[in-house]
Design a protein around this ligand. Sequence first.
Ligand SMILES: [Zn+2]
Ligand SMILES: [Zn+2]
Ligand SMILES: [Zn+2]
Length: 244
Amino acid sequence: MNKDEIPTPSDLSFISAHKLPHSGILYELNTKESDAWFNIPSNRSNFLECFGTNVTIKDRSYHILMENVPIAFFPESTAALADTEKKAGIAPKSILKARYIKPIVRRSPNQRTAHIILTFKSRESANHAIKFRLSIASKKVYGHKLLPEPSRCLKCHLYDGNHMATNCPNEADSCGTCGESHRMTTCSVTDQNNYYCVNCKAKGHAAWSRKCPTFIGKWEVHKSETASHYTGSTQWKIPSRGRK
Ligand SMILES: [Zn+2]
Ligand SMILES: [Zn+2]
Ligand SMILES: [Zn+2]
């Protein structure tokens, strides 16, 4: 069977588009049929031709924080992931990635379990793992949806207040690279020593840097909040046909 022969769904459409940090846009398709059609490489490349040359498509993935996983679990082991999928009754290769949150070197000597992040291909399999738990390294473990990364306003580049550029309370733009009053896209500063972070009020790194101490601090709080406020009902909504 030639997969390329799936007919174009007559009602193919995007039901939402969200701007993401770091110049991404998250598009949501209306139906599973549209999704299947869109997953065909030739259809994807036709879609991409409508955009600039620097545009790529990334599939959306679903991150779950699983608590107290036995440290006997090796996240790099594809056999361990396959075993987990099989025991959970979810499709093979549903789990794209697994990793421990904390570096192994920071473990205490008598630590027996640790938290991991599992990345799932579909929200259905991620929800299944949350609802029915997973058996990892011979232990039933709980998981919940991982909160999104702290968001930074693309106008003032502050993490504070959790606002977005459209409702930024600051009148003037501030540059995410050098901190001056201009749009980041017009910035001419290229020397990293002259970068200025508006969040840390410090030179040497930009506000968009993943190594920004403010970003790291916020991210750590985010992670511990997710870990301490566990609720089994924190799942992804499954969109029905048309609108969720
Ligand atoms: Zn702002
Ligand atoms: Zn600048
Ligand atoms: Zn910073």
